[in-house]
Design a protein around this ligand. Structure first.
Ligand code: SF4
Length: 336
């Protein structure tokens, strides 16, 4: 790893100057309060910044501190997270809030041990929220440093990731760790992007091996992933006056326990299908669902199969207040 290690001081200075002049305005950057940082980092774990922004504002208006979230009811927790996906994050965040309650300790070991907090999130909260010197290494930082150092290891391999994480610790500006971490992530998100990085305006271009070698589009090296599994399914919208029939996922479901969803056609055998309202795709991890949305003829009584036990008629104007699965939320747009 040549170049960058030899000139760490200039690397830091160039990066921080650029960040000071170009940082995007994001709400969690306005007030570096550890609770707000934790909420933002948990939300951003599997969600893009643009998608998380409206949820973040709404969440903090309702739960401005850990204590208020610690005492929220489960339906309330799921409802405020509804649409963001990966609901284990919301449950973990509430368990974390119960450990924090009124005072968030400035202690890396405590932060790292919080539920749902891995090494990256712990370092981000510790450095941005408390100014503790820990390098936060996410996918953006891995990409930037793989290019800067010309690292040819497979970025999915733990040995490559550990090597790059070690360099990130070495490069970290210990006087301004929060800013440094955010600057690295910002560089990866806005300049050193996965395809066609904007090397001409990059503040660390002079330190970059990939650029020197003209290999910025070849690095980092990535092993090809397996193709996603495709699943075709259908949901049925059954209405009675202003109510929609929904069923609740059992409490012991591996995914989205307690959430409400539209029944599948096989849950309501004998219900006549009036029309097909459309279809959409929804991807969860490595599974791509193609979902057909069926609309039933108005019915007075529905006999549900046992798989749909726990079904209820829910008034349409209450739908936004209960936790719905994302597939159901998308499907209901076909009748709104
Ligand atoms: S010079 Fe290009 S490849 Fe190197 S860090 Fe900057 S944007 Fe990334």
């Amino acid at each position: 790893m040549p170049g960058v290690v030899a000139s760490q001081v200039t690397f830091r200075r160039s990066l921080l100057r650029w960040y000071g002049e170009n940082a995007r305005k994001l709400p969690w950057r306005d007030i570096p309060n550890p609770w707000r940082i934790l909420v933002s980092e948990i939300m951003l774990q599997q969600t893009r910044v643009e998608a998380a922004l409206p949820y973040y504002d709404r969440f903090l208006q309702r739960f401005p501190d850990a204590r208020s979230f610690a005492s929220a009811s489960e339906p309330e927790v799921l409802a405020i997270w509804s649409g963001l996906g990966y609901y284990a994050r919301a449950r973990n965040l509430q368990r974390a809030a119960r450990l924090i309650e009124t005072s968030f300790p400035s202690d890396f070991g405590f932060i790292r041990a919080l539920p749902g907090v891995g090494p990256y999130t712990a370092a981000a909260v510790a450095s941005i929220g408390f100014g503790l010197p820990h390098a936060a290494v996410d996918g953006n930082v891995l990409r930037v440093l793989a290019r800067v150092t010309g690292d040819e290891g497979d970025i999915a391999d733990s040995a490559t990731r550990q090597r790059i994480a070690g360099l990130a610790e070495e490069l970290l500006d210990r006087a301004r760790p929060g800013e440094f971490n955010q600057a690295m992530m910002e560089l990866g998100a806005t300049i050193c992007v996965p395809r066609n990085p904007r090397c001409l305006v990059c503040p660390v271009a002079l330190h970059c091996e990939a650029r020197k070698q003209g290999r910025q589009n070849e690095l980092p090296v990535k092993r090809p992933k397996g193709a996603p599994t495709a699943i075709e399914c259908a949901v049925i919208i059954i209405r009675r006056r202003d109510r929609v029939l929904l069923k609740q996922r059992p409490a012991d479901s591996a995914r989205m326990a307690g959430f409400w969803e539209l029944p599948a056609p096989e849950d309501a055998p004998g219900v006549p299908v009036l029309r097909e309202a459309g279809e959409f795709q929804h991807t969860i991890v490595n599974t791509r669902y193609r979902v057909r949305v069926l609309v039933a003829a108005p019915v007075r009584i529905v006999h549900l199969a046992s798989a749909a036990a726990g079904a209820q008629w829910v008034p349409q104007d209450e739908l936004e207040h209960i936790p719905l699965t994302t597939i159901t939320r998308k499907a209901l747009r076909h009748i709104s």
